[in-house]
Ligand binder design. Structure first.
Ligand SMILES: Cc1cc2nc3c(=O)[nH]c(=O)nc-3n(C[C@H](O)[C@H](O)[C@H](O)COP(=O)(O)O)c2cc1C
Length: 223
């Protein structure tokens, strides 16, 4: 067990936000599929999986992304795989939507009174506990929060198999969504962009070691 813990910590120290990849090394499709599978298996509130992962393979689209994605300027020429993580909007995430009914009945296999009870619990959670329905932006941001769990799991899984990554939030969300809509890739009523993640193999090791606050500043034990 101690060895396993050491290995896990080694993985987390190995992972860093890679700025420049080795353009001669490609991430195999089967490795990307493994990373995406880890994303799919990630936990989400009520198990409603408010995400979608777009694997961007079209070179012309990558070129169109560049002017509106300031955070990926250094990575774009050398990255091997690019994934855009979408989050579902109110149309799907509200308790009364067809999407929630589909998730409860077809995916979770809950029917009849049990399904009604689950959706009622979800309604109260949205309306009363977390007040997610006051503004459209709140429920979208709540969906985005959950996509970051998948993001975290994917970059860790990639590091486990020696693949480097960089999460990307450096983009103009509205312009990016407009572009994806114009390209016929998303329906903006249903989806918005959460973040992106680049995968590849590092060109070189990071120049400095990890900068993190000491554990005592981050953790408070209430005893
Ligand atoms: C949600 C998120 C968005 C990020 N966006 C960018 C980005 O647009 N461009 C970039 O180069 N790095 C980006 N980063 C990388 C962070 O700057 C980096 O993770 C942080 O400085 C800690 O360094 P480390 O990941 O190397 O340990 C992002 C990280 C996260 C988690």
């Amino acid at each position: 067990m101690e060895r396993r813990k050491e290995e896990i910590l080694r993985t987390h120290n190995f992972r860093f936000a890679c700025k420049e990849f080795d353009s001669t090394k490609k991430v195999l499709e089967e490795d990307l599929k493994f990373i995406l599978e880890v994303g799919r298996l990630s936990p989400s509130s009520f198990g409603f999986e408010p995400w979608k992962f777009l694997v961007i393979e079209k070179e012309e689209l990558k070129e169109k992304l560049l002017p509106i994605t300031w955070g990926i300027q250094r990575q774009m020429p050398t990255l091997s795989r690019l994934v855009i993580i979408l989050a579902r909007k109110k149309k799907d995430m509200i308790y009364s939507s067809d999407y929630i009914k589909y998730m409860v009945e077809d995916i979770h296999n809950i029917h009849g009174d049990l399904a009604d009870m689950r959706i009622e619990r979800y309604r109260k959670f949205q309306e009363e506990d977390f007040k997610l329905l006051d503004m459209d932006r709140i429920i979208f941001d709540w969906a985005i929060m959950q996509t970051y769990i998948a993001l975290g799991n994917m970059v860790t899984a990639a590091a486990e198999i020696g693949i480097d990554s960089c999460p990307i939030e450096g983009f103009h969300r509205e312009k990016l969504e407009e572009l994806l809509e114009k390209e016929g890739i998303i329906d903006r009523e249903q989806f918005g962009v959460s973040c992106m993640v680049a995968f590849g193999y590092r060109k070189e090791n990071p120049k400095r070691s990890k900068t993190r606050k000491p554990i005592e500043e981050v953790v408070e034990w209430i005893r």
